[in-house]
Design a binder for this molecule. Structure first.
Ligand SMILES: C[S@@+](CC[C@H](N)C(=O)[O-])C[C@H]1O[C@@H](n2cnc3c(N)ncnc32)[C@H](O)[C@@H]1O
Length: 274
């Protein structure tokens, strides 16, 4: 069955206002397939009727569940691999060289979904974790993802998506049919719910921010606003990673792209940080 125009426009307005995610015409199938499980759980078989009910008397938690259902949480371990190599081989040595001996680094993994990105950062920088010189903050709009990241528990299918076997053996332990991240890594990570439309989370300033595969869902004005807020919490000389299909070019010229081997990363251009 097809979704009523009115249902689609109410849901897409709600999602745009609450998360900035753009659901253009043509995404009706997505709204329907994502909301059908919520409708069924509420004892309603069709999404139009479910949304009518939500519009009339939806509790804040129900409205939030609708928005969360429309987030796309696709992620994997060491996604795109190059950012993790660049971080370890180029950025961390440079950042630490400017620091007093023994001081640490703070990294923010924004829109981190179920946590594979922040845990990948911790694995690649294990030496800093052992020396208690690294804190990683993972945030996401979707509370279910934040809760999952915090538990550090993954099923076999999730593990199979990019985690090399030696790292599985080294950093995970069996928990029933699932795998759990070792406590030593978990204790260097903090997870909290955060909407990129809001003021930056506490815990900064950050030496490096990962903001990957989320700007693609936003319109130009929102991309600009989000980059502006990141700028406020990035330590001078700090770096920003975007997703492979994302860039600051044409959005905010205060950032410059720096190439490291096959990868690139962004930093604030000298004299243009204001
Ligand atoms: C495709 S995942 C990317 C995960 C990870 N960064 C990566 O690259 O693998 C996009 C994430 O952005 C989150 N998201 C969407 N809109 C957001 C917003 N306004 N604030 C914070 N997170 C948001 C979603 O919940 C989702 O988990």
């Amino acid at each position: 069955m097809t979704l009523a125009i009115d249902t689609f426009s109410w849901v897409s307005d709600l999602v745009r206002k609450r998360s900035a995610i753009q659901l253009e015409a043509g995404k009706e199938y997505l709204v329907e397939s994502r909301l059908l499980p919520l409708a069924r759980a509420a004892g309603v078989t069709d999404v139009d009727a479910y949304v009518r009910g939500v519009r009339q008397a939806g509790a804040p938690s129900v409205i939030e569940a609708v928005v969360e259902a429309l987030t796309t949480n696709e992620t994997s371990w060491f996604r795109d691999s190059q950012p993790f190599t660049t971080l370890k081989d180029h950025l961390v040595p440079e950042l630490l060289a400017d620091r007093p001996m023994g001081s640490g680094l703070r990294i923010w993994s924004a829109a981190c979904s179920s946590g594979q990105e922040p845990y990948s950062i911790l694995m690649v920088l294990e030496d800093l974790v052992t020396a208690r010189r690294l804190q990683v903050l993972g945030t996401d709009l979707n509370q279910q993802m934040v809760d999952r990241a915090r538990t550090g528990r993954y099923n076999q299918l999730e593990i199979n998506r990019g985690l090399p076997a030696p790292l599985l053996v080294k950093y995970f332990q069996r928990s029933g049919a699932d795998w759990e991240v070792a406590p030593a890594l978990r204790s260097a990570a903090t997870f909290t719910k955060h909407n990129l439309l809001d003021a930056p989370p506490s815990g900064g300033p950050f030496d490096v921010v990962f903001l990957r595969n989320v700007l693609i869902y936003f319109d130009l004005a929102t991309k600009r606003d989000v980059l502006n807020r990141i700028r406020q919490v990035l330590r001078p000389g700090g770096y920003l990673f975007l997703g492979a299909a994302e860039t600051t070019i044409g959005i905010d010229d205060r950032w410059e792209r720096v190439s490291h081997g096959k990868g690139s990363v962004y930093r604030l251009a000298a004299g243009r940080a204001a």
